[in-house]
Write a protein that binds this ligand. Structure first.
Ligand SMILES: NC(=O)c1ccc[n+]([C@@H]2O[C@H](COP(=O)([O-])OP(=O)(O)OC[C@H]3O[C@@H](n4cnc5c(N)ncnc54)[C@H](OP(=O)(O)O)[C@@H]3O)[C@@H](O)[C@H]2O)c1
Length: 327
């Protein structure tokens, strides 16, 4: 089987595609014949040695795949050969075959194609778990979503609307704001040109946002601390801006707010049952038509470097996925 390999830290262009041994499932694991692999912001970080987890060389990047179960190991109870599935993994998704613990595999709902399924686990899993399980977003709340044109941001806008929140979306260009508006954000703010704090206070008549979902960090996080509501929650998801911000404790105290982290991969490792429950609800909402995870661009597996460049470009309009030619 073919796999995209990282053999040294560097740019996406250093990745190579090679024939490697097919992986064998152990107890409680399945082998998936991959149809599509989701491309995420953190894939390029991992290849560049800028990610918190550093696999030994050679490794394949890729946190999520869709495909068909090709082999089930011992003690696999709920999945069988031929099942259409999506799965999350610590890395290794840029390959024609992957082995994954059964706990990290979910059946694809009828009507969802493989490309869409490969776009779902990380972005929708993260946004759903953050907004429901962590922040307990409620109908009538105001949700502020930074980087709303990005993978996690788009999912958060849709999930916020499904939960009955008023959604304020931020982005860095008219194209980004257009993406957020198409996902039904109620208000949009261009954080390159407008003062986020002032606009949020104006929109909320001085009350601020009850929940902020922040995959951007940097200035977006600083502004969030100044426009989060009394007893509000700021969900720290990532640092796409490149700056890891710091929260002055006096602001947290005076706002009676919480700055809360959410590492979806951490939940997958420590508490897969909670992730499963979260996935199940998000997939029900997809089946209702409330969520639109369809990707905007596909690349064949051998063009992984181009796919990573496309994902990293600002102003993206949708998820990027890699496809294999396997049926
Ligand atoms: N905690 C978790 O479990 C978890 C899960 C998934 C992702 N993440 C993290 O969340 C962040 C976003 O991931 P994603 O997959 O949503 O990424 P993405 O699709 O690339 O979206 C990131 C968004 O951030 C904005 N942005 C602001 N400054 C940027 C900059 N300097 N460079 C690039 N984009 C910038 C961009 O919108 P504008 O161009 O409109 O500003 C972009 O749409 C990453 O740090 C990722 O590692 C964390």
């Amino acid at each position: 089987m073919r796999a995209v390999l990282c053999k040294e830290w560097g740019e996406p262009s250093t990745l190579e595609i090679e024939e490697v041994e097919r992986p064998v499932p152990g107890a409680g694991e399945v082998r998936i014949s991959v149809r599509a692999s989701g491309v995420n912001f953190a894939d390029a970080l991992m290849v560049a040695d800028k990610y918190q987890f550093k696999p030994p060389f050679p490794f394949s990047p890729g946190f999520e795949v869709s495909g068909v179960v090709a082999e089930a190991g011992r003690d696999v109870a709920g999945l069988g050969v031929g099942d259409r599935v999506m799965a999350a993994l610590p890395h290794g998704g840029y390959a024609e075959e992957v082995v994954v613990p059964e706990a990290n595999v979910v059946q694809i709902p009828e009507g969802m194609d493989f490309h869409t399924a490969a776009s779902f686990p990380v972005a929708y899993g993260t946004a759903h778990l953050a907004l429901t399980y962590r922040a307990n977003l409620e109908t009538g709340d105001v949700l502020l979503v930074h980087g709303a044109s990005g993978n996690v941001g788009r999912a958060a806008v849709e999930i916020g609307k499904r939960l009955g929140a008023t959604v304020i979306a931020t982005g860095g260009s008219p194209e980004s704001l257009e993406v957020a508006a198409r996902r039904a954000a109620d208000y949009v703010i261009d954080y390159g040109r407008e003062d986020v704090r002032d606009r949020v206070m104006e929109i909320t008549a001085g009350r601020g946002a009850n929940v902020v979902l922040d995959p951007v960090g940097g200035d977006a996080f600083d502004a969030s601390l100044r426009c989060v509501a009394w007893e509000g929650v700021i969900l720290t998801i990532g640092f796409a801006s490149g700056r890891i911000p710091e929260a002055p404790a006096w602001r947290v105290l005076l706002k009676n707010c919480a700055v809360m982290g959410l590492d979806w991969g951490g939940y997958l490792r420590r508490d897969p049952e909670t992730v499963k429950t979260s996935n199940a609800e998000a997939l029900r909402w997809y089946e209702e038509g409330a969520l639109d995870p369809r990707p905007s661009r596909t690349f064949p597996l051998e063009r992984a470097a181009d796919a990573l460049e496309a994902q990293a470009g600002r102003g993206s309009t949708g998820k990027v996925v890699l496809t294999t030619d396997q049926d």
